[in-house]
Ligand binder design. Structure first.
Ligand code: FEO
Length: 169
């Protein structure tokens, strides 16, 4: 069993992961409307990952004999100023999520809940990747928007096809 407090925060994180998926799906839709299908694809994959993160929390709560409590998922932002603005939002959001995961780990340590701490370590490692991936994508899009056809090239790069950008910049 996990503590009542831990059950509460695990459910909160389940909600936060589903919200992340919702946010990235909103970003995907934003790019679809701009006909930037590659960027839309990148966000769609990101959303799918978040839903799987949510399911990891769902499964863990069930596995520990605790209660899954689903609550309202906040409406995500729907509009951004530019593709760069979107990816700045992604990086900022991932940093918030990292903070939430760290707080969960702190609680698990405080409670001597080794099993939950062990479960959370996957997310600690995942957040390192998430921040790196978001930061790298942001840098790429910043560079891409400085070139006349940079965004077009990046859209292809972020899509499902294998694409080698004509310029490394
Ligand atoms: Fe599930 Fe992007 O954190």
């Amino acid at each position: 069993m996990v503590s009542i407090k831990m059950e509460e925060v695990l459910n909160k994180q389940l909600n936060a992961e589903l919200y992340s998926g919702y946010l990235y799906l909103a970003m995907s839709a934003y790019f679809e409307n701009m006909d930037l299908e590659g960027l839309a694809n990148w966000m769609r994959v990101q959303a799918q990952e978040e839903l799987s993160h949510g399911m990891k929390f769902y499964n863990y709560i069930v596995q520990r004999g605790a209660k899954v409590t689903l609550s309202e998922i906040e409406k995500p932002k729907l509009e951004w100023d530019s593709p760069v603005d979107v990816f700045e939002n992604v990086l900022a959001h991932e940093k918030v999520v990292t903070g939430m995961i760290n707080d969960l780990v702190d609680l698990a340590i405080e409670e001597g809940d080794h099993a939950t701490n062990n479960f959370l370590q996957w997310f600690v490692a995942e957040q390192v990747e998430e921040e790196e991936s978001a930061g790298s994508a942001l840098n790429k899009i910043k560079l891409a928007t400085k070139e006349s056809n940079g965004l077009f090239s990046l859209d292809a790069d972020f899509g499902t096809r294998i694409y080698t950008p004509s310029s490394s910049k």
